[in-house]
Design a binder for this molecule. Sequence first.
Ligand SMILES: Nc1ncnc2c1ncn2[C@@H]1O[C@H](COP(=O)(O)OP(=O)(O)OP(=O)(O)O)[C@@H](O)[C@H]1O
Ligand SMILES: [Mg+2]
Length: 305
Amino acid sequence: MIVTVTLNPALDLTYTVDALVPHGTHRVSAVAERPGGKGLNVAAVLAQLGEPVVATGLLGGSTGARISDLLAGHGIAAAFVPIAGETRRTVAVADGDDATGFWEPGPLVSSHEWTAFLERFRALVGSGDVVALSGSLPPGVPADGYATLIGLAAVAGARTVLDTSGEALRHGLAAGPDLAKPNAAELAELFPTADASTAAGASAAAVLAFGARAVVVSRGPLGLVASDADGVWEAAPPERLAGNPTGAGDACVAALARGLRDRTPWPELLADAVALSAAAVAAPVAGSVDLDTYHRLLRALPPRT
Ligand SMILES: Nc1ncnc2c1ncn2[C@@H]1O[C@H](COP(=O)(O)OP(=O)(O)OP(=O)(O)O)[C@@H](O)[C@H]1O
Ligand SMILES: [Mg+2]
């Protein structure tokens, strides 16, 4: 089983307007809403592929209830812990040319609620599971929150994929996740001397992130570089896709979590992750992939050793 953890989920709202005018009043021609937050994107991509997945995390208030309903509608199994605070919304105003975003702050999580989550996590995660830990930590969750979850998963015999940034990443790496998936900017933020603009630089920088057993650095259209104790592997998309790159990293994590579960060798795993994350660029919204693009690119991407 793959378990995705989303501690700071959001209800993503998109308003479509003709043209965005600051200080103006706008008639909204379409409103779209979807469950958001990186871990929920990972769960949605795995569900689209027909992989068994359970989404856990923290949800509160009427926005949290709406996310639960939407997940049920998408057939995604959910095991969230309720909190008193209201789950945040993100609002994007799209006007055909571009989008303008408004991100609400996450709710404050009490120490009691965090303890309740740890209990739920302990009960949920079992031997052989793969746990994907994605995104930012909401206020009130300790900076070493992911480190605690990585430790609990290890005790349960489960393996972990960590995709976060800043202090949450620094603390999480120290707990020894099986895999970390920073993008080039997240790696450079943590290790300022790192130069992930080349594959060699990305792998050398990844070695600096010594806490993880393996590191996959994602480099946008340049693809992926994986490093572990045995070597370095690289895969690049055969073509640069136009579309929506938000959530490409989450599709990449979905592929990596599945590969970790199946113990897929690196060359095959990276080819799959590159094809799936490019297929996310080709799909209009985060948390979904264009299956035709996925299968076309998989055929074009022979695994490289
Ligand atoms: N334009 C593109 N064309 C083809 N593949 C792409 C493109 N952009 C990204 N990818 C693929 O997606 C992977 C992940 O993208 P990226 O490095 O941007 O992740 P990210 O910054 O973590 O994204 P996010 O956090 O928004 O999900 C890349 O390593 C690459 O394989
Ligand atoms: Mg990312």
